[in-house]
Design a protein around this ligand. Structure first.
Ligand SMILES: Nc1nc2c(ncn2[C@@H]2O[C@H](COP(=O)(O)OP(=O)(O)OP(=O)(O)O)[C@@H](O)[C@H]2O)c(=O)[nH]1
Ligand SMILES: [Mg+2]
Length: 363
């Protein structure tokens, strides 16, 4: 069963701590000054943060390595080295991060917008020799090196929720539309049932991302198992908007009848699905004259059904479709009842107990 999962594997390295240094005061008239070697700075740490502005892990597809800067070495006059800056990697809400984190294999679910977790701690800076002075040792020559930063390979997994679902008869042009609007590269064929498994694509409208799911074509009787049946409809149950993809090719028979077949199948499968916001997307407009397109648009408009044509040759038209779709999706999101998110308290088992809390046996 295909599932809409976006994945990324990234290398993460927190910064090493800077070394502490050995130095002695050089002042006029004080030939043997005391120790003044400063501590090293802390290495930068790396965090993950859930951010509702992201929908996919797309931005991590090409940047796979994150290394936080190291801490600087200490210097004389008790100057501490500068700490390396922390890095925060933003991911969509719902991302699950797995890896060897804080000394244990963990899976962390970033379920809430803004939730931040430390994934790799920067190394502490070493101590300068000034720290080692005491009553018996007034000119210590000892300093310690910075500690290494934590490093790991983190695998990220995100169950993608599509914003838009494409429904329609086989051969209507659903996969063509997905390929047109998104970066996906689905199989397209001049025969029914080209698509056998759902495809997912991400469309970009300026700085917005829209996730679109293309599913196999439905036929009369799909809800009772005909054709590929309704087995894929559940993939689009949680979308905010359906594009009912409807071909204007006159060789495919009466357009209105074809429209009704799909709407009937949707309501037989799940009445909520048929009540979802829907926009009819007219395809293959290049096969008919403009009058036919206008008539089709009028027909749906009169019935209060949202409708738009898709001209595969026009980039402007693609943007207009996405613009209208986003307006509907945003309204849907605003009107959706707020899901109550239970506060999830992290629980540690013996296996996942972070090292810093674990009692170590005395040597
Ligand atoms: N002339 C023309 N042909 C189109 C257009 N859109 C799609 N097609 C063609 O229609 C055929 C079916 O396209 P697909 O995108 O595979 O259709 P589908 O709805 O995904 O079909 P299934 O996966 O079988 O459900 C292909 O031969 C496409 O090239 C269009 O706007 N104009
Ligand atoms: Mg297809």
């Amino acid at each position: 069963m295909p599932s809409f999962i976006d994945e990324a594997i990234i290398d993460i390295a927190a910064g090493n701590g800077g070394d502490g240094v050995v130095s002695f005061r050089h002042e006029k008239y004080i030939p043997k000054g005391g120790p003044d070697g400063g501590d090293g700075g802390k290495g930068g740490s790396i965090y993950f943060q859930a951010d509702a502005n992201y929908n996919t892990l797309y931005h991590l597809r090409y940047k796979k390595k994150f290394a936080a800067p190291v801490g600087e070495r200490g210097s004389k006059s008790n100057q501490h080295g500068k700490s390396g800056q922390d890095i925060t990697i933003k991911v969509p809400v719902g991302t699950i991060i797995a890896g060897h984190i804080s000394g244990a294999e963990q899976r962390i679910d970033l379920h809430t917008d803004g939730q931040t977790v430390l994934i790799a701690k920067g190394g502490n800076g070493g101590k300068g020799n000034a720290r080692f002075a005491n009553s018996t040792q007034q000119r210590p020559t000892k300093s310690t090196p910075g500690k290494p930063g934590e490093a790991l390979v983190a695998s990220l997994e995100l169950k993608l929720l599509a914003d838009i679902g494409l429904v329609g008869l086989p051969n209507a042009g659903k996969s063509t539309l997905l390929a047109d609007l998104t970066t996906a590269n689905p199989k397209i064929g001049s025969y029914p049932f080209t698509t056998l498994e759902p495809n997912l694509g991400v469309a970009h409208y300026y700085d917005r991302e829209v996730v679109i799911a293309d599913i196999p074509g439905l036929i009369d009787g799909a809800s009772t198992g005909k054709g590929l049946g309704d087995q894929f409809l559940r993939h689009i149950e949680r979308t905010k908007l359906l594009f009912h993809v409807l071909s204007l090719d006159p060789n495919e028979g009466d357009m209105w009848q074809r429209y009704v077949v799909i709407e009937k199948e949707l309501s037989s499968f799940n009445i909520e699905l048929s009540q979802k916001s829907t926009m009819v997307l007219l395809t293959k407009v290049d096969l008919v004259d403009t009058q036919t397109v206008e008539q089709a648009i009028k027909l749906f408009s009169r019935k209060g059904i949202r409708v738009i044509e898709r001209d595969i040759l026009s980039e402007e038209n693609a943007l207009e479709i996405l613009k209208q779709a986003l307006a509907i999706i945003d309204t849907e999101k605003q009107n959706a009842p707020k899901e109550e998110i239970a506060e999830i308290v992290p629980t540690y088992t013996l296996q996942t107990l972070p090292q810093r809390f674990a009692k170590r046996p005395r040597a």
